[in-house]
Design a protein around this ligand. Structure first.
Ligand SMILES: [Zn+2]
Ligand SMILES: [Zn+2]
Ligand SMILES: [Zn+2]
Length: 344
């Protein structure tokens, strides 16, 4: 395909022609000396020949390494493009619809996950580096936080803040992705202190899920480096009670819903319900309802499959942590290794 023609590679092939021409030229220029049994000329000729063949092999290694890398990048890039394209089509179809069901969102997430996992595979060294730098940066932040607490004069505070910024900027410069650091702020809904990750650049935004009241809220990095708490993100209004048949905990569901499956907030069982407000018929379907074997390490594990429809999602093996693709229905479940990118 002409789309992937790379000018750099064309340029490299001119190098081959130039090198071959040089070998022939030097070879023929040096032959009279060789024939005349001149030991000096023979030495010069062999040094030149060694130099040229060494240069050629270095260039060849570089050329093939580059080609191989280019091909791998092209394959991963195409795979990611396909997943994103498929997602774009689904989003376009949904634009004119009034409601989006959660299974549709799950499907979209699957496309995103596939694209991300492919890249994570290719960039795993970079992600390991990112993880290490974020850990080191967190340690720096904690260390300076303690120093700031014991600072007694404004000058001292300024000095510590400056040192902290320099130390963090040094880590940030090495990181392949924007660095995020843990921040602790009070939840705007219930006031309890919650911790989440936030980028170090001004105007960065992060989302923290309050573990107490289950509300997601935004945190922003201000220009002076401080953290501001933003608005909350609330799901559909949940005001109809639904009692869990297993643990009797009173869960809340969307008032408009008359049937469906929810996860019990306390015991994690799946509750199947139908009927109307106040007189729901409920049944516990369990925390998990199916068993699969990991396609990589064969470890057996329990998972949850929605019994009311076809599913397709990614999960990770609890033992080997590798991504496992699940598809099918509860009675006909199919597991496979996460599709490695294959060349077309
Ligand atoms: Zn809260
Ligand atoms: Zn329960
Ligand atoms: Zn496994």
């Amino acid at each position: 395909m002409t789309v992937f023609k790379n000018n750099g590679n064309d340029f490299s092939s001119y190098w081959w022609l130039a090198l071959i021409a040089a070998v022939i030229f030097i070879g023929s220029a040096a032959s009279p000396f060789v024939f005349s049994n001149n030991p000096q000329a023979t030495a010069v000729f062999s040094v030149l020949l060694t130099f040229i063949t060494t240069t050629a092999s270095i260039l060849a290694t570089k050329y093939y390494a580059k080609m191989d890398y280019q091909n791998t990048l092209t394959r991963y890039g195409l795979q990611a493009w396909r997943n994103l394209d498929s997602l774009a089509i689904k989003v376009e179809k949904a634009i004119n619809r009034d409601t989006i069901e959660s299974f549709q969102l799950e499907e979209w997430l699957l496309d995103i996950d596939r694209a991300k996992l492919g890249w994570r595979d290719l960039l795993q060294e970079l992600f390991a580096l990112q993880e290490r730098l974020e850990k080191e940066s967190s340690e720096i932040a904690v260390r300076y936080q303690e120093q700031l607490k014991s600072a007694s004069t404004p000058e001292e505070v300024n000095k510590i803040q400056k040192e902290r910024e320099d130390a963090l900027a040094e880590k940030s410069a090495k990181a392949p992705l924007p660095l995020r650091l843990p921040v602790s702020v009070p939840c705007p809904e219930c006031g309890t202190e919650q911790t989440g990750l936030l980028g170090t650049n001004s105007a960065d935004t992060g989302w923290i899920l309050c573990v107490k009241c289950n509300v997601k809220f935004a945190v922003h990095r201000a220009i002076d480096g401080s953290v501001r708490v933003g608005g909350t993100l609330k799901g559909p209004k949940k005001d109809t009670p639904l009692t869990c048949p297993d643990c009797n905990y009173e869960n809340s569901i969307d008032a408009k819903k008359t049937a469906g499956i929810i996860l019990c907030d306390t015991c994690n069982t799946h509750i199947l319900y139908s009927g109307s407000k106040g007189k729901f018929k409920v049944e516990s379907l369990g925390v998990t309802n199916s068993e699969i074997s990991c396609p990589y390490c064969n470890e057996k594990q329990q998972i949850w499959i929605n019994p009311t429809r076809e599913v397709a999602f990614l999960t990770s093996c609890k033992k080997c942590n590798l991504p496992v693709q699940i598809s099918g229905s509860k009675d006909n479940i199919h597991t496979s290794k996460f599709e490695k990118v294959t060349s077309d």
